[in-house]
Design a binder for this molecule. Structure first.
Ligand SMILES: NC(=O)c1ccc[n+]([C@@H]2O[C@H](COP(=O)([O-])OP(=O)(O)OC[C@H]3O[C@@H](n4cnc5c(N)ncnc54)[C@H](O)[C@@H]3O)[C@@H](O)[C@H]2O)c1
Length: 384
């Protein structure tokens, strides 16, 4: 429904680069949002340009993403392989376009830093699509935490473990310089983001991590994710399991694990928070036939130990990530939204990979080499 106010605000002209699974979510979100005209798509697959272009009557469809820089866009989503996030984002920001970039922000923190600097210099919004933050459980628990129910959170455990979910075996996803890393970069970053968000954005001070590659090098543990047809035959160069122990400012600690493939019964995701006045747990996973989603809080009510099951609203997913981005653009307070939280996540990942490579605890902000990617699989085995 269009209101009088909507009618006075000109629609935002939107574009999307990349039409894999992620890009398709952005296309659907823009197409379903009032006050937005989806006017441009770029990808390398002609058939996807035709399919999504026709479905949403998008006038500009191109295999050359640079054409979008001259398409008078207000906002642009970038959903391409990770190593392309920085060059595409920086070019768009310098062309005066607000950018919503897919996670992970970049293949290493040095590239992420350049993105933030470009947003600051251009006075444009740079946002990163951490869509799992929009889950109903996360939204509900954040409200509970902000009202003080858990007190001071001093310990957290979080993880995403897949039974068999390596994306794009043989494509850019498993090539180090293109993806920047494996399971930690791809899905661990979602759990890191959610947990730091729930904890109120503490600074991570040090990381001690290890990486393993036990499935990918043997061609095991693949999945239907990452349908890109562009780079078949790429060797498996990244980790399929990572584990990390993080020290946070104020003395809290965080355990993070992520795995693309594992000898476990089913996929498992969790965030457990331990506070001075209460604890909380978000869990989801299971099989397609037997899925589960739970949010529980343990505390005291009037001095009596109590378990709460807060009401959980609908999951926001990519549509909510896009709505949040558009609200930042419309707020006019662009200098507040230049991707700094996402840059912090990129620095944590760099420190984890540097720690895994050296076998030592690494302090964030110490000279973590951009080439830490070279050590992103400390126990990788040769492809037979
Ligand atoms: N937020 C999430 O839940 C989520 C889920 C999946 C993927 N992702 C992220 O989204 C990004 C893309 O992942 P995907 O699974 O969609 O990948 P994909 O390989 O399936 O698709 C990549 C798309 O980028 C396009 N592309 C590549 N090079 C291009 C170029 N030079 N010009 C124009 N288009 C180009 C390809 O044509 C393709 O359409 C990655 O960074 C990934 O980590 C996020």
């Amino acid at each position: 429904m269009t209101t009088d106010d909507d009618a006075r605000v000109p629609p935002l002209r939107a574009g999307v680069i990349g039409l894999g699974w992620a890009g398709q979510q952005h296309v659907a979100a823009y197409a379903g949002t009032p006050g937005v005209d989806l006017v441009a798509l770029a990808a390398q697959e002609e058939h996807l340009l035709a399919e999504y272009g026709e479905a949403h009557q998008v006038p500009i469809r191109t295999t050359d993403w640079r054409e979008l820089l001259d398409a008078d866009l207000d906002v642009l989503s970038i959903a391409t392989p990770t190593f392309l996030h920085a060059p595409m984002t920086i070019s768009a920001l310098q062309s005066g376009i607000h950018v919503l970039c897919e996670k992970p922000m970049a293949e290493h923190a040095e590239a992420a830093e350049r993105m933030v600097r470009a947003a600051e210099q251009a006075g444009r919004v740079l946002d990163v699509a951490f869509n799992h933050r929009q889950r109903g459980e996360v939204q509900a628990l954040k409200q509970v935490i902000d009202s003080g129910v858990l007190g001071r959170i001093y310990y957290a455990k979080t993880g995403w473990l897949r039974r068999a979910g390596i994306p794009g075996l043989g494509t850019w996803f498993t090539k180090n310089e293109r993806a920047g890393g494996g399971a930690l970069m791809d899905i661990g970053v979602h759990m890191l983001d959610m947990t730091l968000h729930l904890m109120g954005e503490p600074e991570v001070i040090t990381a001690s991590a290890a990486t393993h590659a036990e499935f990918g090098p043997l061609g095991r543990g693949g999945s239907g994710f990452g349908v890109s047809e562009l780079e078949e035959g790429t060797p498996f160069e990244v980790e399929d399991l990572a584990t990390a122990f993080l020290r946070l400012d104020g003395g809290a600690t965080l355990l993070l694990e992520s795995s693309w493939a594992q000898w476990i019964p089913y996929d498992q995701c969790y965030v457990m928070l331990y506070g001075s006045e209460g604890g909380a747990s978000i869990e989801w996973g299971g099989t397609g036939r037997d899925p589960y989603e739970r949010l529980n809080v343990w505390t005291e009510v009037s001095g009596v130990p109590a378990e709460l099951a807060p009401h959980v609203g609908p999951h926001g997913r990519h549509a909510a990530a896009v709505t949040g981005f558009l609200a930042k653009v419309r707020s006019g307070a662009h200098q507040q939204y230049t991707g700094r939280d996402a840059l912090h996540r990129a620095r944590v990942l760099d420190a984890c990979y540097a720690s895994a490579g050296t076998g030592t605890e690494v302090r964030l902000g110490s000279a973590v080499p951009a080439t830490a990617a070279a050590s992103r699989t400390s126990t990788i085995q040769e492809t037979p």
